[in-house]
Design a protein around this ligand. Structure first.
Ligand code: GLU
Length: 290
């Protein structure tokens, strides 16, 4: 069962309860891993402490268990992993690839938020952010397993990006890259809302000499008005007291044909049927409804 070498993961931020979009990412990443005979890990991405909702991580883990989605290894929390992020940051800084920056958001407004050169002098009274230097003309291409060839001009569209925030918090981009590599993740399956972060993560992997996993971005789940569901808006928390209907909806949002099952089924039986029937070719390439 676990001999394939495939290692996938689900990495929720504890900013609210699991909603239809996060269940889709959890189930989708689990299905890809199980179909490949691989392992599936869970990581709590709790570096952005101001956005954290107390108790949300515990409730998310409880919900995953209720849906029968059990991690194959102990759950890790980013809040325990600062030494790993610090080592990576120091490595980049030592090689001149990362630099301190005192520019504010307002300073960058004139360039559409894109940082190419500092407009602020060092200020000994304020902590700087640390950014990755993105060389002029840097473009990143990758093949998404679902969405096909992708190209981003990281220099023009993103610029030098933050690895360590001026408020003393690790940036998502650095933490996710360090963790995916440290946990040996071979395949990242997640929502398409993160598609435009992937080129930054690939650049960071290259800068740190880390392997680039495969990427598959699942459709974003939208509400009836076409707005993305967001945990932080507490929209549509999934009802894990009655898991089968929510699993059926997530399965449908993944474009899969309805599974024959009775309401008396256990989630384990449902998931076993789902793995056998799962067909990635049916996953919609555009936004989907729960
Ligand atoms: N923590 C991110 C989120 O909840 C997901 C990160 C990822 O899958 O790379 O949106």
């Amino acid at each position: 069962m676990t001999g394939s070498g495939y290692r996938g993961r689900f990495a929720p931020s504890p900013t609210g309860d699991l909603h239809a979009g996060s269940l889709l990412a959890a189930l989708g990443s689990w299905l890809f891993a199980r179909r490949a005979g691989g392992r599936w890990l869970v990581r709590i991405e709790d570096v952005d402490t101001p956005r954290e909702v107390p108790g949300a991580a515990t409730r998310q883990l409880h919900a995953l268990r209720a849906f029968g989605l059990h991690a194959d290894e102990p759950v890790v929390r980013q809040s325990d992993r600062s030494p790993l992020y610090r080592a990576a940051l120091e490595d980049l800084a030592d090689r001149g690839l990362a630099f301190p920056c005192w520019c504010s958001r307002t300073d960058l407004a004139a360039t559409g938020g894109v940082h190419r050169a500092c407009v602020r002098a060092p200020d000994p009274d304020r902590s700087p952010a640390i950014r990755l230097r993105v060389a002029a003309g840097t473009r990143v291409r990758f093949d998404d397993d679902l969405l096909g060839p992708q190209l981003q001009d990281v220099d023009a569209e993103v610029g030098d990006f933050v690895l360590y925030r001026a408020d003393g918090l690790w940036a998502y981009q650095l933490a996710v890259v360090v963790d995916d590599a440290e946990q040996g993740i071979t395949h990242v399956v997640r929502g398409a809302d993160l598609l435009d972060s992937t080129p930054r993560q690939i650049l960071l992997q290259r800068a740190l000499g880390l392997p680039t996993p495969g990427y598959a971005h699942l459709p974003v789940v939208v509400d009836d008005e076409g707005r993305k569901l967001s945990k932080s808006l507490a929209s549509n928390p999934v009802d894990f007291a009655d898991p089968l209907p929510a699993l059926d909806r997530a399965w449908g949002a993944l474009g899969q044909d309805a599974l024959q099952h009775s309401d008396a089924d256990t989630v384990t039986a449902w998931l076993a049927r789902a793995v056998a029937a799962f067909d990635p070719a049916k996953i919609p390439r555009a936004a989907t409804r729960p």
